[in-house]
Design a protein around this ligand. Structure first.
Ligand SMILES: [Zn+2]
Length: 351
């Protein structure tokens, strides 16, 4: 399995960077991820109601519908945390941080936090980006995402769930208005998304893919998080962005509406999405302008990644390479720029 993984990565070797480059070369890797809720979930930033946008149902079917939104930071932050936890658990950040002797003001990679204390040199910072904090400059994200949209309209995917916070004083049966409730997304709801990797090494690619495959908890506050299963529909290498989240959702709407007849079905399952993927993929690629290739042996790639993450003997050196590449970049490429024409970091991913 591992030999297979290596040979697949070699087969697409020119889609990756040998080292993290200084300048952008637009080598894109697009991972199409179908997110499926496996429990009730809340994607709101705050408050009781779900975030909704009114959007064209499909690209062909142009009636507007209100769609629940899963904001990009709600997708990426949990995956970043998965990766960081693994690096911490295997003590890889601590090991590789050779110069631990001198205590300068910089945060050490082992102490690095996504929010409010970025070290500026760990793989998470270098790959997913960080906003400027004291003395670290900033780094543009090379994992790009957008908000994702549920395929069906809100009335088909939402339930108002009453909260337990009912005071004793009302318990006696007074018909009160004190029942708090919160809008939840139902289980078995699908959000087609794409994660776009820009100018990554093959090791960084495996790291991001592993984070996607391993992360299962997304959503609002920790005690109400929703279980989500990520299904990988396809992986593409190109010099342009081939897919967008909203277009994927709309193309799926069209494809399902077309196969199901007049009315859009009230019940959707995974097969609707895997079954229509070839059709959705084809219509998306038909409009793309640029060079592109698709991973043909996706199943083999994914089982190779699975085996890799099961075996600490192989996983550890892989992650050590990830860390040393990031440090090399920070010292030899970024360090030399000294902010001369540094591309400033964009938004912070964490919520
Ligand atoms: Zn860091």
């Amino acid at each position: 399995m591992l030999e297979q993984l290596t040979s697949i990565l070699n087969q697409y070797g020119d889609a990756f960077q040998k080292q993290i480059p200084r300048y952008r070369q637009n080598r894109f890797v697009q991972i199409v991820v179908l997110r499926e809720t496996k429990s009730h979930a809340i994607f709101t930033t705050e408050g009781q109601t779900l975030d909704v946008e009114r959007l064209q149902a499909g690209i062909v079917q142009r009636t507007p519908i209100d769609r629940v939104v899963m904001y990009k930071r709600k997708q990426i932050a949990p995956e970043r945390r998965t990766g960081k936890a693994l690096l911490r658990d295997l003590s890889i950040l601590g090991d590789a941080n050779g110069g631990s002797g001198k205590k300068d003001k910089k945060i050490s990679p082992a102490e690095c936090q996504i929010m409010g204390g970025s070290c500026g040199s760990c793989p998470d910072c270098i790959l997913y980006g960080f906003a400027a904090t004291t003395g670290t400059g900033s780094q543009r994200a090379r994992v790009l995402t957008d908000s994702g949209f549920v395929v069906r309209g809100i009335s088909q995917v939402m339930r108002n769930i009453k909260l337990n916070a009912i005071q004793d004083t009302i318990a006696g049966g007074i018909a009160g208005s004190a029942f708090a409730s919160r809008e939840n997304v139902l289980p078995q709801i699908f959000i087609p998304t794409v994660e776009t990797l820009l100018d990554v090494t093959s090791v960084e690619f495996i790291y991001v893919l592993g984070n996607i495959l391993k992360t299962t908890r997304y959503g609002a506050e920790s005690n109400r998080e929703g279980f989500i299963r990520n299904h990988i529909l396809g992986i593409y290498f190109s010099d342009v962005e081939l897919f967008s989240n909203l277009e994927l959702t709309q193309r799926y709407y069209d494809a399902i509406a077309e196969t199901e007849g007049e009315t859009f079905p009230d019940y959707l399952e995974l097969a609707h999405f895997t079954g229509n993927w070839a059709n959705v993929e084809q219509t998306a690629l038909a409009q793309a302008v640029g060079r592109r290739r698709k991973v043909e042996n996706l199943g083999e790639l994914l089982s190779g990644v699975q085996v890799l993450y099961e075996d600490e003997k192989v996983l550890r050196p892989m992650l050590q390479k990830l860390v040393s590449d990031a440090q090399r970049y920070e010292k030899e490429v970024k360090g030399k720029d000294k902010g001369s024409e540094s591309e400033t970091g964009e938004d912070e991913e964490e919520a």
